[in-house]
Design a protein around this ligand. Structure first.
Ligand code: IMP
Ligand code: MG
Length: 204
């Protein structure tokens, strides 16, 4: 049987890297109170872990923009579904994203935020699929460079599934997943990649 998916970043890999990012951000923003802007829904798991590792006073706010029509390809059409609660004029804003792929979504988001005159505006993304970039972007904080593969887990979904996985999986067989979106639920990830608690099954 061909492999459906493999573990790209384990929960431990992610924990370690997120803690490092938190330390760097805390150093860079000492004496400030940055506003972490999280993009729903994919960025929320990363935000939840990251901001516990930033040992500074921080604020959080949420935004929801739609760029995908349920599938896995960027449409380039972006609209704000939910805007921030607070004005970010004069604030030190850090956009916290799960993954930057083509960059179309983030380009739109950054131009919207920039028009509100924050004091500073930076990006922290867990994954950077840099080979897919269409619009050049300066990403201040990057967790991992991501190969050109579709990934799920740790906030990232395929048709709203798999966001709650602790690790990040690279999907090897998109056709099989498209045929059965739940195919990964009972997928055995094998000894090496399996996280401690799973016995080869994905843990929920
Ligand atoms: P972009 O506009 O192409 O940069 O798309 C970014 C958004 O697409 C992310 O915030 C995700 O919601 C989604 N996305 C891009 N690549 C993946 C992937 O490999 N898995 C799951 N979602 C993805
Ligand atoms: Mg997203």
């Amino acid at each position: 049987m061909s492999e459906l998916a493999t573990v790209l970043f384990s929960a431990d890999d992610i924990r370690r890297r997120v803690a490092e990012l938190g330390r760097v951000i805390a150093t860079d923003y000492r004496d400030r109170v940055p506003v972490l802007v999280s993009v729903l829904k994919g960025g929320t798991m990363f935000l939840a872990d990251l901001f516990r590792d930033i040992h500074l006073p921080v604020k959080v706010d949420f935004m929801s923009i739609s760029a995908y029509d349920e599938g896995s390809e960027s449409s380039g059409v972006v609209r704000i579904v939910k805007d921030l609660d607070k004005d970010v004029g004069g604030e030190d804003v850090i956009v916290v994203e799960d993954i930057i792929d083509t960059g179309l979504t983030l380009t739109y988001l950054l131009s919207t935020l920039r028009s509100r005159s924050p004091r500073s505006l930076e990006v922290c993304t867990l994954l950077d699929k840099s080979v897919r970039r269409i619009t050049p972007l300066a990403l201040r904080y990057v967790g991992f460079d991501c190969p050109d593969q579709f990934v799920v887990g740790y906030g990232l979904d395929y048709r709203e599934r798999y966001r709650n996985l602790g690790s990040i999986l690279a999907v090897r067989d998109m056709a099989a997943l498209a045929a059965d979106p739940d195919a990964l639920v009972s997928f055995a990830v094998g000894d090496e990649g399996a996280s401690e608690e799973t016995n080869g099954q994905l843990s929920y």
